[in-house]
Design a protein around this ligand. Structure first.
Ligand SMILES: Nc1ncnc2c1ncn2[C@@H]1O[C@H](COP(=O)(O)OP(=O)(O)O)[C@@H](O)[C@H]1O
Ligand SMILES: [Mg+2]
Length: 250
C-alpha cells in the first residue's frame, strides 16, 4: 500500500500540498484529478523522491520512504516507476535500445539479453514492430506506449502516470487506457494516474481522488463522482469555468 500522511509542501511562499492524506490500495487504479496547478504532479513526484516533503510522511508497503537517502531511494524507484508527461525517450536511440537501457544498466543484462527482454516489453504494449524506429518518427501515443514499456522493465509493483493521455488523439488515448487496465488486471500493478481526461477517468478508474486546496477534497468511485452534488466535483466533471474551483492566474 502507498500512503500519504498529512503531507505539506511549499515552494517559497506558495503552499501547494496542505495536509495531503491519501491511501492507495493494492492493485487499484486510482486517478488523481484537480485543476491545473493544484499539485497533482508535485504529489506523485514525492513518491520517488524527486521532491521532499516539508512535513508529513509517505509510506510504501509498511516502510516510511519520505526521508530515505538518494541511495536508499534506488530501491523505491525499482518498485515504483513513473511515466512522465513528456515521454522522456532518448531521441538518438532506437525504440528497442531505449527500453533495453534500464535492463542493461540496472539488471546488468548483456546487450543481447536486454534487447530480447526489451522486445517482449514492446510486444506487451503492441509496439514490437516499431522496435528499430527512432522515437521522433513515432506518434505521441506510440511514444507514450514505449515509455510505458520502459517503465515496466524493472517489473514495478506501482506505476505513477502523469497525464498519460494528454495530447493524444482519442484512439491513442483509449489504447493507453486499455494498457493501464491490462497492467492492473494481468500483472497486479497498482496505478496512480494523474489525469483530467474524463473519458479515461470514467472508463478505467477504480477510485478517484479530487485534489483541491492542497488536500483530497473527495475520494470515491466513479459512480460516486457521477452522483455527488458536491459543487467542486460538479464543476470538474462538467468543465464549468465558474465555480468554487478557480485556476490561479485566470
Ligand atoms: N520545482 C518547483 N519549484 C517551484 N514551484 C513548483 C515546482 N514544482 C511545482 N511547482 C508549483 O507547484 C504548483 C503545482 O504544480 P503541479 O503539481 O505541477 O500542478 P498540476 O496539478 O497541474 O500537476 C504550481 O503552481 C507549480 O508552479
Ligand atoms: Mg501536472
Amino acid at each position: 500500500m502507498l500512503e500519504f500522511r498529512s503531507v505539506y509542501k511549499s515552494f517559497g511562499s506558495q503552499s501547494v500540498l496542505r495536509g495531503l492524506t491519501l491511501h492507495v490500495q493494492d492493485r487499484e487504479i486510482l486517478f488523481v484529478i484537480g485543476a491545473s496547478g493544484v499539485g497533482k504532479s508535485v504529489a506523485i513526484k514525492h513518491v520517488i523522491g524527486l521532491l521532499r516533503v516539508d512535513r508529513g510522511e509517505i509510506w510504501l508497503d509498511g516502510e516510511r520512504i519520505d526521508q530515505l537517502s538518494e541511495s536508499e531511494l534506488y530501491r523505491v524507484r525499482r518498485r515504483c516507476a513513473m511515466v512522465f508527461q513528456s515521454s522522456t525517450l532518448f531521441d538518438s536511440m532506437s525504440v528497442v535500445d531505449n527500453v533495453a537501457l534500464p535492463l542493461r544498466k540496472h539488471q546488468k543484462l548483456s546487450d543481447a539479453a536486454a534487447r530480447k527482454a526489451a522486445l517482449e516489453f514492446l510486444d506487451e504494449v503492441h509496439m514490437g514492430e516499431f522496435a528499430e524506429h527512432l522515437p521522433a518518427t513515432l506518434s505521441d501515443g506510440m511514444r507514450k506506449r514505449v515509455a510505458i514499456a520502459r517503465a515496466l522493465t524493472l517489473r514495478p509493483d506501482y506505476l505513477l502516470f502523469d497525464e498519460p493521455t494528454t495530447g493524444l488523439d482519442p484512439v491513442s488515448a483509449r489504447r493507453v487506457d486499455a494498457l493501464i487496465r491490462r497492467l492492473s488486471e494481468k500483472h497486479g500493478v497498482t496505478s496512480v494516474v494523474v489525469s483530467h481526461d474524463l473519458t479515461s477517468i470514467f472508463s478505467i478508474a477504480d477510485r478517484i481522488a479530487l485534489l483541491y486546496q492542497g488536500r483530497v477534497h473527495l475520494l470515491g468511485t466513479p459512480e460516486e463522482f457521477r452522483n455527488t452534488s458536491d459543487p467542486v466535483v460538479r464543476q470538474f466533471v462538467s468543465g464549468n469555468s465558474h465555480g468554487p474551483m478557480e485556476t490561479p492566474g485566470f
